[in-house]
Design a binder for this molecule. Sequence first.
Ligand SMILES: Nc1ncnc2c1ncn2[C@@H]1O[C@H](COP(=O)(O)OP(=O)(O)OP(=O)(O)O)[C@@H](O)[C@H]1O
Length: 733
Amino acid sequence: MTVLEVKDKMSVPLFALLAVCVDVSAVMVIGFIQLSSSFINNTFILLWAGGLLRTCLPILVSFSCPGSPAWMRGSEGMQTAAVHGLVYPVYISSLWACDRPIVELVWGWHTCQGLLQGYVVLASLLLWKRHASTLLLMVQKEKTERKDLLQRLLGCMKPFSGCFLAVFFLIFISSLGEMAIPHYTGKMTDWIMNEDEPEAFNHAITVMTLITVMSAVCEFVCDLMYNSTMSRIHTSIQGLVFQSVLKQEIGFFDKSSTGCIESHITTATNEMSMSLSENLSLLMWYFMRFVFLLGSMVWLSCTLTFFTVLILPIIWIIPEYFGQCNQKLSKQVQDSLAKANDVAKETFSSMKTVRSFANEDGETERYRMCLEETYALNKKEAAAYAASTWTNSMSSLALKVCILYYGGRLVTGSDVSSGDLVSFVLYELQFSSAMESLMSTWPKLMKAVGASEKNFEYIDRKPDIPPDGSLAPETLKGHVQFKNIAFAYPKQPDTEVLKNVSLELKPGQITALVGPSGSGKSTIVSLLERFYQPRSGNIFLDQRRLVDYKDQYLHEKISVVPQEPLLFARSVQENIKYGKEDASDEEMYTAAKLANADDFILNLPRGYDTDAGEKGGQVSGGQKQRIAIARALIRKPQILVIDDATSSLDTESEHRVYSALRKELKNCTVLLITHRLSGVENADHIIFLREGEVAEEGNHEQLLAKHGFYAEFVKQQKTSIHRNTRDVTNSIQ
Ligand SMILES: Nc1ncnc2c1ncn2[C@@H]1O[C@H](COP(=O)(O)OP(=O)(O)OP(=O)(O)O)[C@@H](O)[C@H]1O
């Protein structure tokens, strides 16, 4: 450390020492003047003059001493100096105004004891100011930052305001009841000391027991009521979040990961509401206790209460210091452990390199060094922890001793009775812990309030979809027209997936949509389902804009069997009737037969009641697809879209499904997306999509005659079938 640094570090203590020396000298001089009363006869004039002098001197010292802290030269310094100098004149003058005896004080304020008392008052006020201002600042900051959130949460609690009033009333009664034990213990002490009124003694014990039991019952009822109300609030918020997430546009789910949404709605919301409910309850309880304890203490002795409040922050300061050290060290221990873990992880993951360089010992040494560092920090942490708990108990002991000492003096002076002193000590024990808990619960509560932000973000989020239309005509032909559609996914707005696409799906016709993978076929289906909005162009259904139709109506009329159909972990029956629970069993059987699913379903262990398993895991891919087709058909759709949903079926099954569809869905508009030639050949109309554009369209023969992309596609398909057959034959031979 350089000389300059030492000088810098020592400047504040040196200034403090100088200020104290100047102050003590000033007080000595005043004391001398007062004793040699020939100079000034009026002690009051001397008291105020001395006070003003003690105010001015530290200010003078701070301005003339270069090492004084900056705050001493500002308004904070002036305030501190004023408190320091004027505390006695103000206190003694107030006592005089209240007609209380002041002779002892007037003649004793400049003694060593008076001087010390003055410094204690100053230190206490400064510490309170620091504590209170941090808390107030915190409250202020939280108030502005979390004001809206708090209001929203309070809004959620509004429907339960009756319950909260009852809870608050019960807390009030229970906290009041808790004051009984210290109160009656004090009373009993008085009776024991005076050895009289045995009846009153018994009576007191009975009353105390009754009040305590009543208080405990109130607490029980209150906890019950509070917890059930909070879980109702929690359930309703969680339900609201879920509902509002479900209303979001599909693009929202593309952008945010489902895992993230799910973990938020379940885990994070649970944690937040648990912490909120726990801390709110603690805050209410401690606040009520704090009020009653302070009231009881003031009622027993104002002087002792003032004394307690004065020395509380001084006694807190040392445990707080060690507590902070402990916290800092435990963070360092965590970091050091993480470092050691990183070393271990790195070594294990590069085990081959370590072995080939024969550096096992080197790595062991590196790991050992990290552990050594952790151990050294652990030792420091243990010492800080021990110091923190020791100083904690010592400080509470010191507080009790101080109160007993000062209280004893008050008892001797007959200002308070012995019983009141006992009651006071018992109240004080709870008071300091209530105070500390209040100060620590508030930030935790605010943290929980902050965590609820995401919930309201979800609830408030307006889905990015046009308002629902109103069209729901009784009859729908199912004539679909895409006119000059351009589209890009919200997640990748710069990549245009569809470019000026125009196509038509006619009622009673099967239109096949073919094209290479990624050409935009499924995207066309998503637009038809209104999952996304086109960037430009329009989609018409029966010559009316698709957006003008009612959403529910549209999804009743359009059935889509997606590429990867998803079954729910419910019975096959429930899966087929999904979204159409009112369908009869007859309708279900017909749909299943059409989808060529009836036979295999009847062979399942419990037929239609067989559980499909999670995501349909208990049925094969082809079976899953057939159940999904049945699910689409049971709705008797006007427009049916099969998006490569027969890819897992064998040719025979696929053929049977298509023949059945052809026969049964005569007036229906069918859009078939497939990579298989067998499905395409028989379609009434074929559209070939390439890089998001309609490259060719017509029927099979027309397109073959063009010798274009479609002809190439057919050629590739045939070659692939031929190659597959040859491979199978070879493998059999
Ligand atoms: N949700 C999405 N977000 C962003 N891009 C997407 C999304 N879905 C598809 N795409 C992209 O859009 C393009 C067209 O995809 P689409 O699924 O429509 O093709 P496809 O012709 O149906 O392909 P396949 O025959 O393989 O099913 C692809 O480049 C794909 O990567």
